[in-house]
Ligand binder design. Structure first.
Ligand code: PMP
Length: 347
């Protein structure tokens, strides 16, 4: 979901933005667009309290492009990088990283069917690794780290695609954070990379220019035409977040929304969430019905009741409610009410 006030503003400005044409029709090199781009970065820096020693890059290719850009920029081909495997997106990241670097899987939660995260004490980290990569929130499995791993000084890299901006964050704990826009930032097309300046300028020979963090930073993310509409829209979302009280306010809301949904699931034997209570995602809540044959009925009836996008990812099936920042508490309440009513009729 995207915030309705932001959608309305973008709609109102679609034909005529700042007294002229639409934002999609102006040059990305125009003063007007550069001002939008800089303001978006400034607002993101404010929201996350990003230290001045970090670069903020607006890249393309989605989070998936970062699966390759990270090893290309941060590791030599014969170096070792540690990866924590906690679900579908970790698996995808690891498969791609193996093309570029020696991968040590420092923790692997596959045996729990990705219903757990590893304890800090169980991480098998490589001394002197190029970096440690993890996925703080696994979008498909609904598993979230309740802690930031301690890597003893090795740069920590996080794929925050599905959790960024859901709560305050201590950016200084990380060497690099990346996130595709299409959850809490805006429409697909922009990928935000927040990288410590000490990690910029190390890309190995042969790294494509559009993936080279130094080249991107030097060009202020405008080596080539950026997705201007997505960047503008992200800027509107950042302003909306500030108006709503920033990330502390988001955290309160998100905690309450998740608690409402998990308690509805846990207080019923009709619905099941398999994830360990300590590491349940605030953003993605997968669940099953005790009678799985009823799941298609649930989806059809929910759809008819105006509750959309509740099918689990095709990789795992079942059901999943994604309750990103823009989902209001009333939306979660509507789902919970529907679930009770559905159980009453089919339980
Ligand atoms: N990582 C995570 C955690 C994701 O949730 C997703 C998309 N759902 C991706 C990576 C892939 O992102 P993209 O489609 O932007 O490449």
């Amino acid at each position: 979901m995207l915030p309705v006030p932001v959608l309305e503003r973008a709609r109102d400005e679609l034909l005529e933005w700042q007294g002229g044409m639409s934002v999609m029709e102006v040059s990305h090199r125009s003063k007007a667009f550069i001002a939008v781009a800089r303001q978006a970065e400034a607002d993101l820096r404010d929201l996350l309290a990003i230290p001045a020693s970090y670069k903020v890059l607006f890249m393309q290719g989605g989070a998936t492009a970062q699966f390759s850009a990270v090893p290309l920029n941060l590791a030599a081909a014969d170096a070792t990088a540690d990866y924590l495997n906690t679900g579908h997106w970790s698996e995808r990241t690891i498969a791609e990283a193996k093309r570029f670097v020696r991968v040590n899987v420092a923790a692997d939660e596959a045996a729990s069917r990705y219903s757990t995260v590893p304890a800090q004490s169980s991480l098998r980290l490589t001394p002197g690794a190029a970096y440690v990569h993890y996925t703080p929130n696994e979008t498909i499995h609904g598993v979230e780290f309740p802690y930031v791993p301690d890597t003893a000084g090795v740069p920590l890299v996080a794929d925050m695609s599905s959790t960024i901006l859901s709560r305050p964050l201590d950016v200084a704990r990380f060497g690099l954070i990346y996130a595709g826009a299409q959850k809490n930032i805006g429409p697909a097309g922009i990928t935000v990379v927040i990288v410590h300046e000490g990690l910029v300028g190390r890309a190995r020979a042969g790294t494509p220019l559009v993936f080279d963090y130094r080249a991107v930073a030097e060009a202020e993310s405008m080596q080539n035409t950026p997705p201007t509409f997505g960047w503008y829209f992200a800027g509107l979302v950042f302003q909306w977040l500030k108006r709503e009280g920033g990330l502390a306010a988001m955290a309160e809301r998100n905690r309450a929304k998740a608690a409402m949904l998990y308690s509805a699931i846990d207080n019923s034997s009709f619905y099941v969430n398999p994830v360990d209570r300590e590491c349940r995602s605030w953003m993605n809540v997968p669940f099953r019905l005790a009678k799985p044959e009823l799941e298609p009925v649930f989806l059809a009836e929910a759809g008819a009741a105006g509750l959309a996008n509740l099918a689990g990812h095709r990789a795992v099936g079942g059901l999943r409610a994604s309750i990103y920042n823009a989902m209001p508490a009333e939306g979660v309440k509507a789902l919970v009410d529907f679930m009770r009513e559905f159980e009453r009729r089919h339980g």
